[in-house]
Design a binder for this molecule. Structure first.
Ligand code: KG4
Ligand code: ZN
Length: 373
């Protein structure tokens, strides 16, 4: 892997953190999908170094992530990414207090590579090791740095409990986050994740991979009223999602549309599709706020996390929903929404603080629901 392919992010950025010399330093490694990433984060909420090597260009020609190619790319990248992360902030491995890595869920080839690297470092140095659930990384990273709908600083820090919309390429669920390791599922998708719906609709339109960011930007110039997409389950009680009907509606409409699609057609189609997804999220979150477990916990903050949390329309709509319900809205900054090492380092620190460190063999898991933590 050439050095130019490595993207350096947020190096030396202070995220509202403080300078305490006794801060605990965690090296976090992420490799569960198509990003090989490492970061060094301290317990004062500073990201000292953050390197993300994105494999997106390698998978783009296949229209999605190819697991075997991803695993090979992780093997080639992992040593360089970890070494560059240490070099970027002038730290030696001896300066690090805790090692953390994603141990699932995800593409198992990639998870194994990051996990073995972390295990090797921890065994060689005798440092404590944390097995991080990737979803917990997404769920806790707004506590490292909370942003508002527009990406600026949020009105306050994210304290437990909070109501979380976790939407990524592989997952879509509403969770009541009570504390580290304490997740109560309030709703979940019955079929596709929101990210999958974005990616599949983008593919149908020939927009490329990953589709979410492209649909988001095309939707900004489009008319959300032009195409009539269904809002599955929105007339039903409960907090579950279903996105496959929206996807099928897209297929049916596109099969009838004249090709090649005009720019205006694509923009309007993206805007109409995205508006249906947003309506479903707002409807289900509205029901979640009325759920008796949520009412009893009385969370003050409504949070969105995961790759789909980058979506401008979802952030804006959730911001309004929070305000209408006297809640504060918070999300990670855009750079910490999609997969990254900083969220794993932060989740490592949060787990270390409550004593959740590895004390025996760990088998990385392709499937690992948050509710099993
Ligand atoms: O969290 P993530 O990086 O990977 C998983 O853990 O799955 O999420 C990736 C997903 C992809 O489906 C991508 O299309 C979606 O996040 N995504 C977006 C946006 N940016 C990324 N979806 C909608 N709007 C966006 N701006
Ligand atoms: Zn993810």
């Amino acid at each position: 892997m050439t050095e130019e392919k490595i993207i350096k992010l947020n190096m030396g950025t202070l995220y509202g953190g403080s300078n305490d010399d006794r801060a605990t330093l965690c090296l976090g490694i992420e490799s569960s999908c198509d990003e090989t990433s490492a970061a060094i984060v301290d317990s004062n909420r500073n990201i000292l170094a953050h390197i993300i090597y994105s494999q997106i260009p390698e998978h783009q020609k296949y229209g999605g992530v190819v697991p075997e190619l991803a695993a090979r790319a992780h093997i080639l990248a992992i040593d360089t990414v970890v070494r560059q992360t240490l070099d970027a902030c002038g730290k030696k491995i001896d300066d690090i207090d805790v090692i953390a890595a994603t141990a699932g869920p995800g593409l198992i080839g990639g998870v194994l590579i990051g996990w073995m690297a972390a295990t090797g470092i921890a065994h060689a140095t005798g440092k404590p090791l944390v097995a991080v659930n990737h979803l917990e990384g997404h769920a806790l990273v707004p506590r490292l740095h909370a942003a508002d709908a527009a990406g600026g600083d949020a009105a306050c820090a994210v304290d437990f409990p909070y109501l979380l919309m976790l939407a990524s390429g592989g997952h879509c669920q509403i969770l009541l986050v009570r504390g580290v390791g304490q997740y109560e599922q309030i709703g979940q998708t019955l079929d596709d994740s929101a990210g999958e719906a974005f990616d599949k609709v983008a593919k149908m339109l020939g927009l490329g991979y990953p589709g979410g960011p492209i649909v988001d930007s095309r939707a900004r110039a489009g008319n959300p009223e032009r195409f009539k997409f269904p809002r599955p389950l929105c007339d039903k009680p409960g907090c579950d999602f279903s996105f496959s009907g929206i996807k099928t509606a897209a297929r049916v409409m596109l099969d009838k549309a004249p090709t090649p699609y005009t720019e205006e057609f694509v923009n309007d189609f993206c805007a109409s599709f995205q508006s249906a997804v947003v309506d479903c999220i707002v409807n289900r979150l509205g029901h979640a706020m009325d759920d008796k477990r949520v009412r009893a916990a009385a969370p003050k903050t409504l949070v969105v996390a995961g790759g789909v949390a980058k979506n401008s329309a979802i952030r804006a709509a959730m911001g309004k929903l929070a305000a209408a319900n006297n809640m504060v809205f918070a999300a990670p900054p855009l750079s910490l929404c999609t997969d990254n090492g900083a969220m794993i380092a932060w989740a490592g620190l949060e787990n270390y603080r409550v004593g959740r460190v590895v004390d025996g063999p760990v088998a990385p898991r392709p499937r690992w629901p948050l509710t099993e933590l």
